[in-house]
Structures are given as structure tokens and as C-alpha cells.
Design a protein around this ligand. Sequence first.
Ligand SMILES: [Zn+2]
Length: 141
Amino acid sequence: MSKEKDDNYWRDRLTPQEFDVCRLAGTERPFSGEYWNCFEDGIYRCRCCGEPLFSSDSKFDAGCGWPSFDAEASPGVVAERPDNSHGMQRTEILCASCGCHLGHVFPDGPTETGLRYCVNSLSVKLDQAAGPDDHKDPAEE
Ligand SMILES: [Zn+2]
């Protein structure tokens, strides 16, 4: 995982709330985000770098107040690392491209993958122009 951009770079490009969650691994309050109750079709992209991370096809209602997915959009786009903060053993999930904090993944998902990717709305942005099966970037900038 590369993390070439420093905090000042992101501070200029994100709102203070986005910066806190994406770059400082904060957590938005449950039921406060933009997407926990959103079931529109599209691709959820990294808020920081635009990488496609999750498809609306894999989104389900976990009732936890955060957007939840049972799979990443394509293998390897979501990175994982152990998080033992707050006295818990959890697995943090990050954008593999830019290191943006996304949330945590839990092994208690109700679907056949058995996984529950619990994601902050502030870490992603829904791209409704992209079909749920379109996992590729339309154009590199
Ligand atoms: Zn990213």
C-alpha cells in the first residue's frame, strides 16, 4: 500500500469531517451518514482517490447505522490490517490505493461470503453513473 500523500495534501482536499474519518481513522456516528440507508445502484468509490471499492450489488442492510457490504468490488481493492484499539480485536479496512480508512470488516455477515464490511459513509462516494457491474475506471485523469 502506498501512502505518498501527506496530511496537508488531504487536509486541503477533504472537509474536516472527511479528513477525520479518512485520514485519522475516525468513525462517524451511526445513522448519521449519507449512505447507511441508501440503496441506489452504483459503485461506491474511495472518497479520497476515486478507486471503485464496493458495488451496490453487495450492499445489504445490517441495521448497524453504517453502509455494509458483503464483498469488495474486485479482489485486492480493499486492504486489511489488525486493529487492536479500544480494547477490541478488529480488522481495519483501508483503500489499497491511497490508505484511506474505510471502517472494519467482521466475520459475521449474513450472506454466503460470511463477511460484513462496515464502512463510513464519509470514506466513500456513490457513483450512480457507473453500473453495479462496472468495476473499471471510465477514464484515468
Ligand atoms: Zn483511495
